[in-house]
Design a binder for this molecule. Sequence first.
Ligand SMILES: *Cc1c(COP(=O)(O)O)cnc(C)c1O
Length: 221
Amino acid sequence: MSGIAERLAEVRERIAAACARAGRPPGSVTLVAVSKLKPAALIREAYAAGQRDFGENYAQELRDKATELADLKELRWHAIGPLQTNKVKYVAKAAHAYHALERLEVAEELSRRRLEAPLPCHVEVNVGGEASKSGLAPEQVESFLKTVRALPGLRIDGLMSLPPPTDDEQVARGYFRALRELAERHGLPGLSMGTTHDYELAIEEGATLVRVGTAIFGERA
Ligand SMILES: *Cc1c(COP(=O)(O)O)cnc(C)c1O
């Protein structure tokens, strides 16, 4: 078994165990393998080991990899990074889902380009309240949702967050719970939260989708 296949198997086992602890069915969590800055060959290796959902941060890298890996017919690309309006076209063309919706101009441009096949989206929320982070403040979510839910080329599935890393389990759970409560309040079933550092906690707190890079592909340069 290759390195990637082994690591994927371990992550999948941990996901199943976290689901069991939370009394959730193992199929209730989608694993997105975050492959940003990693070569296409490693994505092929993960695909050969059964992985189908991959996450990329940078629109041009997503475009290039989607072209290079077009023969992997079941591969689903998740765009997970902030977008400039002039790069929206790459995501609109290649992505199965977008996880970092937070700007109205981007939402409108994505919608215009996806009228035929509405793009599933998660709205990004800055639950940690960090000034440097992307994402809406929790109190901005309601009015933003009202606007983007009216756009015909988007389907708003849930909320996403990348909380500040912490080794304090209770603090981490607090961020995830805050996102879950916000999603519940707005009738959104999707929760994209949890990375290598904290995906098991995120699952225990309700994540429906975890974004795991380093644990699968190793450290990034
Ligand atoms: C890079 C990234 C991840 C994956 O982080 P790891 O620590 O490598 O698991 C998840 N989500 C977002 C938004 C990222 O940018």
